[in-house]
Design a protein. Structure first.
Length: 767
């Protein structure tokens, strides 16, 4: 309800009370068009249906608060009498400026039309800034009353509050539409940063938009407009509560004219060259748009593979004799360059057996390995980085929506520490990066964010691209990520709070390191650190007896990680005549003192597991560092059956013993692993695995490692490069996410999604 010219603070407080109901008005942001009919058509809504069921009221934008009040009052009358037909009709209101349109109708009526609302208007509170002596308190009271009316006071910690200092009705209207769009796109913006707008499971996003008079003095007398509201246009203030509507914005296309992706096949390299020349000829003829040619290329390829494998799903999986290459480019000009490079490579007989990659992502494997050696590798702690894969959600909105309903996605990714948009402002100073936040993250928080990242990418690959690994393994705590991500544990999300609060991770093997104090029999604080050093295992082991509080924790090939008392570790490095790089991670994992908490680790990781018929990873063999045999749901002669107890003991054994990563990779290779995909942030494990391969040059071409994400890279380009490599390796991959790029309708001309809503100086209140 609107507050008309409050005379004092008591009257303002009385404007809204517990009996006032939320407004529940569905809002639709319409693209600019000459008529309402054309505007609705652009977003796929029927004007005829609207016209048949509603009396449409047009309100040209004059006074922002007054127009909103009139629209609300019109809708709250519920019905009007049609003078001609004498039939009852519902009411909808269109507010329009020169460039923007907003359609408003009761949420119940929108649901009956099966129209997914862009947002819901739950409350509107207005006041004049000139008619109360305590005007500085009015903004807070308006927001308080708005939240009371919207019935969301209990969700204060989740609500995003935005305060705008502006006087122009058009600007206010544009800010409102922009926030509606952000709710629809699930995009959260702050301080020129943006990220996914996280919400708790089964809770919609809620935001307030607070308009305040400018703090700057006016040089001209404000224009009065008392229509409907009795409030001066340039002296009014208001608080609006918006909640998330049912509409989820369409996914951004993975492929378009500036991100090209073509697949070419042949039974031999001569056929590949011929097919490439034909593709180039067709592209140069310009008979069709390049995106249309790309669409046909992918559809034809999918159909050929469907016929080969007699499947109804769009899954590619060429027979082993088929050779497949992928061409990627950012423009038609670059595409021709990529084709020329690939033709040159195919014509070079001396290189005919070597894989070929280009920086753009074009790839060809002359000896494809197929799906039987596909292996998911899960990295350990410390791989997350600021704003990691920040744009990914816009390309997979349905997948993110599904994940946030299955668990607390914000907690899983530690969003408040990772994403810049979620850093709160201090004294209106902009936060430009989150590196200091990462430095402050505890072992438990880093572990949760790492597992959450792996879980997200696993769901993306398995559900969207229909990938099923034949093998899985993890680096250090990556083993826990493996069990959590691949659908073995029934409720992996429950481990988030457990990890944050269990003394095991807060004080025993990290923090105060009580288990180390017990092993060293000391009470004073421990100065612990870990160092990455390029040194041989033999050289380190020879010197270790001289430094009983330093440990060889992890073997990585040509590098190792030593952990323990910082003083003794530095002395060991000096004796080795090596320079160590401090990791600054305080964890006693993979050192002998950790054996004191072995039983605690077993208890911590003893989680209920899914039954065999509940998991999609029936064929996956799970390889652990501590067990010579792999685990599997379908037990074979060379695997152990998966049980909760066996998983718990394998994890505890892994974390209490030094980790030999090259030995783990070699174990996987002996079992048949050939294609290794790092499932997590950055590419640290991929770098290590490639170094391990180089130690065996004779068989190097049979193995291949790739990373789904690279720090500093473009998350979509990284993803498409992995998909391209898998396609060329003849691994079955669903093309549905790529083909959906061509099903997208032309994006409506919504108001620009700018950062101006949150520009420094505009925002005064933020939570």
């Amino acid at each position: 309800m609107l507050a008309h010219n409050p005379l004092n603070m008591a009257s303002l407080l009385a404007q809204t009370n517990g009996s006032d109901m939320p407004l529940r008005i569905a809002l639709f942001v319409l693209p600019n068009a000459p008529t309402l009919k054309q505007a609705l058509a652009k977003i796929g809504l029927s004007y005829l249906m609207l016209e048949a069921k509603f009396t449409i009221i047009d309100l040209p934008l004059t006074c922002f608060e007054g127009d909103l009040q009139l629209a609300i009052e019109s809708l709250q009358r519920n019905e009007l009498i049609d003078d001609i037909a004498q039939s009852r009709k519902n009411v909808c209101v269109q507010i329009k400026s020169h460039t923007h349109r907003l359609l408003m109708l009761p949420a119940l009526q929108a649901a009956k039309l099966k129209w997914s609302s862009h947002a819901i208007l739950s409350s509107l509170q207005c006041a004049s800034s000139t008619q109360a002596p305590l005007e500085k308190q009015i903004p807070a009271l308006l927001q308080h009353n708005a939240l009371l009316q919207a019935k969301v006071m209990h969700r204060q910690k989740e609500i995003k509050h935005h305060t705008i200092f502006t006087q122009n009705a058009d600007n206010k209207f544009a800010k409102l539409l922009e926030l509606i769009n952000q709710l629809m796109y699930r995009t959260y913006k702050n301080n020129h940063h943006e990220s996914f707008w996280f919400s708790e499971p089964f809770k919609g996003r809620v935001a307030t938009l607070n308009f305040r008079p400018s703090e700057k003095p006016f040089h001209s007398k404000p224009v009065e407009n008392t229509i409907n509201s009795g409030i001066a246009v340039n002296e009014s203030m208001s608080s609006i509560v918006l909640s998330q509507g049912s509409k989820l914005a369409d996914a951004k296309p993975l492929l378009h004219s500036n991100r090209l992706f073509f697949i070419v096949t042949g039974d031999n390299q001569a056929q590949l060259r011929q097919s490439l020349v034909q593709l180039e000829t067709k592209l140069r003829s310009k008979s069709d748009d390049v995106t249309l040619i790309m669409q046909r290329n992918l559809i034809d390829f999918t159909h050929r593979q469907e016929a080969t494998h007699h499947t109804k799903e769009a899954i590619i999986g060429p027979k082993e004799s088929t050779l497949t290459l992928v061409i990627q480019a950012r423009s038609l000009f670059e595409l021709f360059q990529e084709i020329t490079c690939m033709l040159s490579r195919l014509a070079n007989q001396s290189d005919e057996k070597k894989p070929y990659h280009t920086p753009a992502g074009s790839v060809f494997f002359p000896k494809p390995q197929g799906e039987e050696g596909l292996t998911f590798v899960y990295p350990g702690v410390g791989t997350v980085y600021p704003d990691m894969f920040n744009a990914l959600y816009a390309y997979f909105p349905q997948r993110f929506a599904q994940l946030e309903q299955e668990g607390h996605l914000s907690a899983m990714l530690q969003a408040d520490k990772i994403y810049s948009a979620y850093q709160s402002t201090t004294n209106n100073k902009e936060v430009t990066d989150t590196s200091h936040k990462l430095d402050e993250m505890s072992l438990a928080e880093l572990a949760i964010a790492g597992v959450g990242t792996s879980y997200l990418f696993t769901q993306l690959l398995s559900r969207s691209f229909k990938l099923t690994p034949r093998f899985a393994l993890g680096y250090s705590m990556g083993e826990a990520a493996m069990w959590a991500s691949l659908g073995v544990w029934q409720a992996p999300h429950r481990l988030i709070d457990k990890t944050l609060n269990d003394p095991l991770f807060t004080s025993m093997v990290s923090g105060r390191l009580s288990t180390v104090k017990q092993a060293w029999q000391q009470t004073e604080s421990i100065h612990w650190n870990s160092f990455l050093v390029r040194a041989s295992v033999d050289d380190i082991n020879t010197l270790l007896p001289q430094y009983p509080r330093a440990y060889l924790a992890i073997i990585q090939g040509d590098t190792c990680i030593i952990s323990g008392c910082e003083t003794q570790c530095k002395a060991l490095l000096s004796a080795l005549n090596k320079r160590g790089i401090a990791t600054n991670l305080v964890t006693a994992m993979h050192t002998s003192p950790a054996m004191n908490v072995h039983s605690d680790l077993v208890q911590f990781y003893h989680q209920n597991i899914k039954q065999e018929n509940d998991t999609l990873n029936i064929k996956t063999q799970f390889i652990t560092a501590a067990e010579p045999q792999a685990f599997s749901f379908q037990q074979r002669g060379n695997t152990k059956a998966i049980t909760a107890n066996r998983i718990a003991h394998a994890l505890a054994d892994n974390f209490c013993q030094p980790l030999n990563f090259p030995a783990l990779i070699e174990k996987a290779q002996k079992k048949g692993a050939k294609l290794f995909i790092e499932i997590g942030a950055d590419r640290q494990n991929t770098t290590l695995i490639n170094k391990i391969f180089k130690q065996h040059p004779d068989g190097q071409q049979e193995y291949h490692a790739m990373a789904i994400n690279t720090k500093g890279g473009n998350c979509i380009s990284d993803l498409l490069k992995v998909i391209a490599q898998l396609i060329s390796q003849n691994v079955p991959v669903s093309l549905d996410p790529l083909l959906m790029s061509f099903e997208q309708k032309s994006p409506p001309s919504f108001p620009a999604m700018t950062h101006t809503l949150f520009d420094k100086g505009d925002v005064n209140v933020f939570s």
